[in-house]
Structures are given as structure tokens and as C-alpha cells.
Design a protein around this ligand. Sequence first.
Ligand SMILES: [Zn+2]
Ligand SMILES: [Zn+2]
Length: 343
Amino acid sequence: MKLPTLMVVFALALMQASRPATLRIYVVDVEGGGATLVISPGGQSMLIDSGSPGTAAERDSKRIADAMQAAGLTRINYLFTTHYDGDHVGGAPAANAVAHFERFFDHGEMDPKWEQNRGIEDRYRAYLEIANGKRTILKAGDTIPFAGAHLDVVASQGSVIAKPINHGGQTNPFCADAEAKEPNKTENSQSTGVLVTYNQFSFLDVGDLTWDKEMALACPTNKLGRVSLLLATHHGFFNDQSGAPALLWAIQPRVVIANNGPRKGMAANAYDRIQKVRDLEGLWQSHLALATDAAHNAPEDMIANLDQSADCKGNWIRIDAQANGSFDVTNGRNKVSKSYRAR
Ligand SMILES: [Zn+2]
Ligand SMILES: [Zn+2]
């Protein structure tokens, strides 16, 4: 190696050494589906859900590849599938072609007794084809190694954690008048959910976990403690199947991000419920919710995509979190960034 080359190598090494370790998250826009890329401070990576099947899979895997490129990744270590609805697992084979996953986490066998699961055998088989022999089936209470951060499985297979985590366990005052809902009979109820913790920072993604299971996490005691960042359940409480206030208000996220679509999730009542989180510092959305008005959408600067799906550029939202609990959220569309200080 020539001397100038060596100096460049040393300079790069120094830059990397001086950059503080960061937990980075990209909320990839897959038009009202799920695809969230998480990169641990130690450099391990995990994609939570992989977007939609069919023609949408090409679009979604390209967007996942864009986020990988932005993150400087050529592969992703883990695929974590919350559940087998098309908008969460349908894109798995296409995503695998760009991400070359080495391990697959899911809630176990697809059970046709859950509504929405009949007739999806092909989709499930396509997932098994890429995952077989590399699968880890998750139960609530499991933990997953994730260099420099901590992954707690908080729900899976219709059960939730028995013991509180993340300094939770307090009696939850929001349970008193809480609305209960019948046990949900869809695949959403089986969702595997994860709490990602990096010292003082925490991020909750429970996929499309349903209201009844959220209540089991929240009442009579809040088992999850407080979180820094919440991916709004079910794309922003789609059709009110998720978003139980007793959980939302108890975990008191500082910032909420909705992976909503132009016409999926983030109805006006979801917006109002999120605004009632005490000391909420920000709401960001993957999409402008077109069915509601400006008064029930986040400020435009905090919305990554304003167009209908056909014209949509699929901009991501990025989060950079530090060990002290401070984090920045950046809009991929306009690069507007907001800092949330350690507290
Ligand atoms: Zn979904
Ligand atoms: Zn679902």
C-alpha cells in the first residue's frame, strides 16, 4: 500500500472510531405494510417485516434495498416476521434476494383457524422455502442477541410476557375506564412484538398486535414501562383493531411513527388518541393520510410521502439513537431532522 493510501485508511479508521455508537432505524415506506430496518450499535441488522407480495414485492424490495444502501449494508442478518398477513411477509422472498438473511424469526406455524389465514398456503410456503433450516420460533419472554442492543420478545402466538420488563410493572391508572374488546380471531392477534433497547433508548414494534393483547400487556399493570419510540400498532390503529389507549398512554412514547398508507391507518381518532399521550414530543407519518384533514395529520415536514401510491417515491424515515436516550428523526423526503434530547 502506498503512503497516501495508508493515510486515507488511517483517517477513515479514526473517523469511525470517533463516531459515537448509534442504533439506527429506517422505517421503510411499503405503502401501508411493514418493513423496518434496525441496525444495532455493534453493526448487526434486522428487518422487521418485508412488505407485500406479487407486483408490490418488486417495489418493496427495491425500497428495502435503498434503505440498505443508505445504511451501507450489503446484507441483513435477521428477518423478523411479526405475522403472516401479506403486507408483512408477502415480500419476504423478494427481500431475501436483496438482503440474503441468515436467520429468520417468527411466531411459528401458520394456523388456518385464524381469520385471514385461509388461502394463503402459497404465501406461507414461499416464506418457508427461504426460511427452512434457519428459523427460530419465538415465544413471549424470549430474548435475541443483537450486538450492542437488547431484543425482548413481548408477544407471540397470542400470549404476552408474564413478567414486566423495561422498569414496568406499575399499576396502570388508564385501565380503570378502559374499553375491552372481544378476543380477536385474526392472524393479527398472533403477532410477534419486539422491544429494542439501547441503554436509555427503547423502540417498540408489535406489528399488527390486536387490542385484546395490548390490554394484556397494559392491564392491570403496564408490563412494558415507558418507551422512547413507538411504531404505531397496525399502521396507525387500522380500523380500531389496535391502539388500546391503556397501553398507548401508559408506555408514553416520546415520539410515535406511523407506517401508514395513503388510505390505511391514521384515521382521525387514531391521531387524536396519539395526541393525548402525555408529554408527546412528535408524531411522524410514512404517508399523508388522505381520508382525513390537515388538522388530523402530522405537520407536513414530518410526513415522508405526500402522494398517492402510484406516484409515491417511497421515502423512509430514519432514527439515530444514542445510548443516553437522545435521538434524531429524519424525513427522507426533505431531510428535515428533529432532535429529541436525553431526559
Ligand atoms: Zn399490517
Ligand atoms: Zn396484519
